[in-house]
Design a protein around this ligand. Structure first.
Ligand SMILES: [Zn+2]
Length: 245
């Protein structure tokens, strides 16, 4: 048995100084040889049914939402998925959702674990960290679809409208949300119709455009038609997601 880790199956070779140096050199060479950004490990996807073209991924997502709306969600086999998912993940869609507790992307698209890669932030905008997370989903996990998901009665957008109208500065770190959502509010000010609904929709489409243009990773995947980036708005009363654009 190895005295270092208790491994009884195979005893480790004694970690001499020479061997440690050899391992360190090999690791350094592997890192230097990796492609830019990060490399996807070549292994079989744990959920083969999630290997989809972008259009098929969107179809599956919206079919899941239709089941959720009708209250006929699938029974998920969480128990038997655990082992396969412990080896990796290949979600078929990534969702940039508002953090609002009433929007639960896994529920509203009737998905299981390992199916959707969810990034959440109040106001569902593409901060650098969100873009980086979505780059990871696309480049490393081979996710073929990104959806920016807003919702009606969004408090983050409403607070931004009030802050812009009143010229007030919100406390704490909230001004960072206002700054991120303000371009959508400015873009629809003066338009006919409901200002909040218009700003929510515009905030989604502006962030869809931002993700499509996010160079070099997302932009190139969009140009090569390897992924689609779409926008949707969730309605609180029905649970229905309406696609925009
Ligand atoms: Zn919201």
């Amino acid at each position: 048995m190895c005295e270092h880790c208790g491994n009884t199956a195979t005893a480790h070779p004694r970690l001499t100084r020479r061997r440690i140096l050899t391992l360190a050199t090999a690791a350094g060479a592997a890192f230097a040889a990796a492609p830019p950004a990060f490399a996807a490990p070549p292994k079989a996807p744990p959920k083969p049914e999630n290997v989809l073209a972008p259009d098929a991924a969107l179809k599956r997502l919206m079919e899941g939402n239709a089941r959720y709306v009708e209250g006929i969600a699938k029974r998920q086999d969480f128990k038997h998925e655990r082992e396969a998912l412990s080896m990796g993940q290949n979600p078929f869609a990534a969702i940039l959702s508002c953090a609002d507790s009433r929007i639960a992307p896994e529920y509203c698209f009737d998905t299981a674990r390992g199916d959707i890669f969810v990034c959440r932030i109040a106001g569902n905008f593409a901060s650098d960290e969100m873009v980086a997370s979505l780059e990871y989903a696309v480049q490393v996990l081979n996710t073929p679809l990104i959806m920016v998901l807003g919702h009606d009665s969004c408090g983050a957008v409403d607070a931004t409208i009030k802050s812009v109208k009143d010229g007030t500065t919100l406390p704490g770190h909230l001004p960072s949300l206002v700054a991120a959502i303000k371009p959508a509010v400015d873009a629809v000010s003066g338009q006919s119709g409901d200002l909040l609904a218009n700003a929510i929709a515009r905030n989604v489409t502006l962030n869809v455009d931002k993700l499509k243009a996010a160079a070099p990773i997302l932009q190139s995947f969009v140009a090569d038609k390897k992924i689609r980036v779409v926008g949707g708005v969730y309605t609180l009363t029905t649970g229905r997601v309406a696609l925009l654009g």
